[in-house]
Design a protein around this ligand. Structure first.
Ligand code: ATP
Ligand code: MG
Length: 246
């Protein structure tokens, strides 16, 4: 479904992503792990069009999408969430997801209709599935951090993706919130038949749900394989034992 070939990105001569080749098969749950600064977020940005690669190609469902703008990539079926939350804090939970539906599907023939009712059912369905059904009317900026991350996921789902990229979906969460969120993500991925690529620092999470793991270190892939292959890889162990997490 996703084929990334030899993408590179330098910032002022510093190679943040130094030639990465990686594929994700349809229906797969794949993870990218690596220490802070390994290039995970930069890699995501290259895939989603938020950054243009210096070299390399990104192919989605057989179509070359290298250099396309994020909204065009999104329209082709790739949804994402961000490491730092990306919600409209003054809008309600409902309005955030509804806005994402409007931006994705457009206002259609209802241009002169009142905006309040647009995609109401779809919005509630997404809020239910991310566990925010009872928080629709709350102002998003006042939600707990965990709820804000759930909302982010809802916003990503409103673009009706086939492939979902989640950049540290459990960042800053408590252990309990992390477990719940991962269960939620797993369920949504299965229910909606999505393909998932995510980054994550919590190794327990990664090893419990990922079918394939790619390990980035200093902008390069140093290992790739099943959880057990990666867990036993000497280079991976060296990188993880030698460097402390934040
Ligand atoms: N816009 C930018 N300008 C300059 N340097 C950048 C920029 N974005 C990222 N970098 C640098 O590129 C490297 C990779 O950063 P990136 O954010 O991709 O790492 P990461 O693996 O996502 O790290 P983390 O686990 O902390 O989220 C880092 O050294 C970072 O400082
Ligand atoms: Mg990052």
């Amino acid at each position: 479904m996703l084929e990334v070939h030899n993408v590179r990105k330098a910032f002022d001569g510093f190679q943040a992503v130094a030639g990465v080749t990686l594929g994700v098969a349809r229906g797969q749950i794949a993870a990218i792990i690596g220490p802070n600064g390994a290039g995970k977020t930069t890699f995501f940005n290259l895939v989603t069009g938020h950054l243009r690669p210096d070299a390399g190609t990104v192919v989605l469902n057989g179509r070359d999408i290298t250099g396309l703008a994020p909204h065009d990539v999104c329209r082709l079926g790739m949804g994402r969430s961000f490491q730092r939350t990306n919600i409209f804090p003054k809008l309600t939970v409902f309005e955030n997801v509804q806005a994402a539906f409007i931006s994705h599907r457009g206002r259609g023939l209802s241009f002169f209709a009142r905006v309040e009712g647009l995609y109401r059912d779809e919005t509630y369905a997404v809020l239910e599935s991310v566990g925010l059904g009872d928080k629709a009317g709350e102002v998003s900026g006042f939600l707990s951090h965990g709820n804000q991350k759930q909302l982010e996921l809802g916003i990503a789902l409103a673009s009706e993706p086939d492939l979902l990229l989640l950049d540290e979906p459990t960042a800053g969460m408590s252990a309990t919130e992390t477990r719940e969120t991962i269960r939620l993500i797993e369920r949504i991925t299965r229910e909606r038949g999505l393909t998932l690529l995510f980054t994550e620092h919590d190794m327990e999470v990664v090893f419990s749900i990922a079918q394939r793991i790619s390990v980035l270190h200093q902008g390069r892939l140093i290992a790739e394989g099943t959880p057990s292959e990666v867990r036993n890889d000497p280079e991976v162990r060296r990188v993880y034992l030698g460097e402390r997490r934040r």
